[in-house]
Design a protein around this ligand. Structure first.
Ligand code: ZN
Length: 443
């Protein structure tokens, strides 16, 4: 791969100590950032040049909790209205995922991934379900990930909700895909062991999953106390709260990502912090499903690693960040509540979560030696932009800025808002539409 010079942009490094560097170049070689230097100082002859004048050059965004398969829910009006979260699952998601075939799994992922390229989200941690097409589903998603050029961490959401045979397939699908990732060769792919949620998992199935995950040295990706009903079910069936149940079973640990954590008591937050497990906060989904507001400040204060996911409400992390901030203000009835904490989920939390999945790549920051996952945004700041003002720009200005260029591992996936992928975007959308039409008939 020829050297790539991202020339004369405003470079925002993020990382532990963010730097805003006006008029700087970023030199990329072999998929890594070789140098960040003032304009002209790092330009080798023959480098491919991307002109970044008038643009912000920053790390690609990371989404800590995603469901690619939700693509086909867009515009689907057949689900009966739901009065609570349990009905949202029964009326919509558990009917949609059962209608998925492997072709649908692949197409829904490809659509979401192309959307992510367009929105500058370069790393996505997905959680997948297709109970009637379990085996091969993660390979189907992996094929779409490969075609998109992005990075993705995949898992299959193991559950007992569809009977023992499908649960067994879920165990095998996770284990096999983790082995495939361990075998290497595809640095853009990673895997966790997927679990749906406490209320759809028997003790026996969790035990089997923990045994397999331990053998494979894998963490879990699981929904945690998203609705109050998850806790009620756990107390009634297992005589303890959800975090206690997972903790005792060996699900928690520094490699595990738990999504939501909306209904946790103080002891559970302490257990989570002690275990090192991360929490992915998904505020737009929580508002949409009317399940409540996670106590993010409380979790952070206790030392829990909290990141930001979208639960498939969007692939745009800037949109999710704004929602996270507004709901924090509203929940606290305080317009100044939690600005630094909330922005830290995206800027720091997701970087640390990605570093656990892809150690040493330096995802979520621009640093010499780190992976060249870089996005360029159209942005001429109308007010002073420096380290002290960046977060204000991120929330109030950059959120609306167009993504011009998306680069992952030094490969340009989009430049000048034109996709440089080996696929035809319009053709993918047309295939997806016709597939969705048939799927909606089966729904
Ligand atoms: Zn989810």
């Amino acid at each position: 791969m020829a050297a790539l010079l991202i020339s004369d942009g405003t470079v925002v490094t993020l990382g532990e100590s963010n730097r805003v560097l006006h008029g700087h170049d970023v030199l990329v070689e072999d998929g890594r950032i070789r140098r960040i230097a003032p304009r002209g100082q790092a330009a080798p002859a023959g480098a491919r040049v991307v002109d970044a004048r008038g643009k912000l050059v920053m790390p690609g965004f990371i989404n800590a909790h995603m469901h690619f398969y939700s693509t086909f829910a867009r515009g689907l009006g057949k689900a009966a209205p739901s009065k609570d979260f349990a009905e949202v699952l029964e009326h919509l998601w558990w009917r949609l995922d059962k209608a998925l075939t492997l072709e649908g799994v692949y197409l829904s992922a490809l659509v979401a991934l192309i959307d992510a390229v367009r929105h500058g989200t370069t790393t996505l941690v997905d959680h997948h379900a297709s109970p009637h097409a379990v085996r091969g589903s993660l390979d189907a998603i992996a094929r779409a990930v490969g075609e998109s050029g992005l990075r993705s961490c995949l898992c299959y959401e193991l559950s007992d909700r569809d009977g023992a045979a499908i649960a067994e397939e879920g165990l095998e699908e996770n284990a096999e895909f983790i082995r495939r990732c361990r075998a290497g060769g595809e640095p853009h792919l990673a895997a966790l062991f997927g679990l749906h949620a406490s209320f759809t998992l028997s003790d026996g199935t969790i035990e089997k999953a923990v045994r397999l995950a331990r053998e494979l040295d894998a963490g879990f990706h699981v929904h945690l106390a998203e609705a109050a009903s998850d806790q009620e079910h756990c107390l009634a069936e297992h005589g303890c709260r959800v975090v206690e149940r997972f903790h005792r079973a060996g699900v928690l640990g520094p490699k595990t990502i738990t999504a939501h954590g909306v209904h946790l008591d103080a002891r559970e937050v302490e257990l989570l912090a002690g275990s090192g497990a991360a929490v992915a906060h998904n505020p737009q989904s929580n508002m949409n499903n009317a399940v409540g507001v996670a106590d993010v400040p409380g979790m952070l204060a206790a030392g829990v690693l909290v990141g930001l996911g979208t639960d498939a409400m969007t692939v745009d992390m800037r949109e999710e960040l704004r929602a996270a901030l507004w709901v924090r203000h509203l929940a606290a009835r305080d317009p100044s509540a939690g600005f630094m904490e909330t922005t830290s989920l995206l800027v720091h939390g997701n970087r640390r979560i990605a570093d656990r999945i892809w150690p040493g790549l330096g995802l979520g920051e621009l640093r010499e030696g780190g992976a060249a996952d870089v996005v360029l945004l159209d942005y001429d700041p109308p007010t002073p932009l420096d380290e002290g003002t960046f977060l204000g720009h991120l929330v109030f200005g950059l959120a609306g800025a167009a993504v011009d260029t998306t680069i992952v591992g030094g490969r340009i996936l989009m430049e000048g808002k034109r996709l440089l992928l080996d696929l035809d975007e319009a053709e993918v959308a047309a295939r997806s539409r016709s597939h969705a039409e048939a799927l909606w008939q089966r729904f």
